[in-house]
Design a protein around this ligand. Structure first.
Ligand SMILES: [Fe+2]
Length: 245
């Protein structure tokens, strides 16, 4: 098993690894010119054309139940607000589900590096994993109570799934250490705390005080997740610098 520490070894990615080739490379930039004309503004122009012609990234469906609160009122502003709320509920649901899976992957990494992780508690990691799953259930119940369908992939849920792909890649890459994996978890937890904040504000604005209170207790749990992850990272990095010095 490799150490937690990023090892010092042969890394040839930097230019200074080969001064002679570096000179050749730099002189080549003066003689080998781009084979086609244009610069970054050309790419921007093409992207702008695509943006102008593109469809939106999915939509938020009206709730199945005709009496659903998510349907909003008759006025446009209330409808837009309830649409945004439904979109963000779907986002949080997707992210908490992913969060559970991220922690499952972290547990596998923990077991692989267990002997070096005296400062990290597996019981606490499992507790956080369970709370992510619990939050998923809270959201499912909230969406159902508003007449929505929790199986819907909303546009914001779709986006958050794309965003978190990189996190899962880091966690399941067999080469990454526990510490490197934990950094990906930190990104997820930072997003968690802010995500609940948005949802609490939207719930209050829509007059769903009971949901806002439920979401607040989820947010409190998320803040303790962030504290645990940050502390582990500090301890692990301190341990690594001791090894290096
Ligand atoms: Fe969390």
């Amino acid at each position: 098993m490799e150490m937690q520490t990023s090892e010092i070894g042969i890394n040839r990615t930097g230019l200074q690894a080969s001064p002679q080739n570096a000179q050749e490379l730099l002189s080549a930039t003066k003689t080998v010119l781009p084979s086609t004309p244009g610069d970054a503004s050309g790419i921007g122009k093409v992207r702008a054309e695509y943006i102008a012609e593109s469809d939106p990234l999915g939509s938020v469906p009206p709730p199945a139940a005709a009496t659903g609160v998510l349907k909003g009122g008759v006025n446009i502003e209330a409808q837009n607000q309830s649409q945004l709320f439904a979109d963000k509920l779907g986002e949080r649901l997707a992210f908490e589900r992913t969060g559970t899976r991220l922690y499952e992957a972290l547990i596998v990494k923990f077991r692989a590096y267990e002997s070096e992780l005296s400062n990290v508690s597996l019981a606490r990691i499992e507790e956080i994993r369970d709370e992510e799953a619990e939050h998923f259930s809270v959201l499912r119940a909230a969406i159902e109570s508003l007449g929505g369908d929790p199986t819907v992939q909303t546009p914001a849920a779709d986006i958050t799934a794309v965003e978190s792909q990189g996190l899962m890649q880091v966690l399941t890459d067999p080469r990454t250490t526990f510490t490197q994996s934990l950094h990906a978890i930190l990104v997820a937890e930072l997003t968690d705390v802010d995500g609940w904040d948005t949802l609490i504000r939207l719930a209050r604005a829509a007059g769903h005080e009971h949901l806002a209170v439920e979401f607040e207790s989820a947010q409190e749990a998320e803040e303790t997740h962030l504290d645990s992850v940050r502390q582990w990272l500090i301890d692990l990095m301190e341990g690594e610098t001791t090894v290096l010095s």
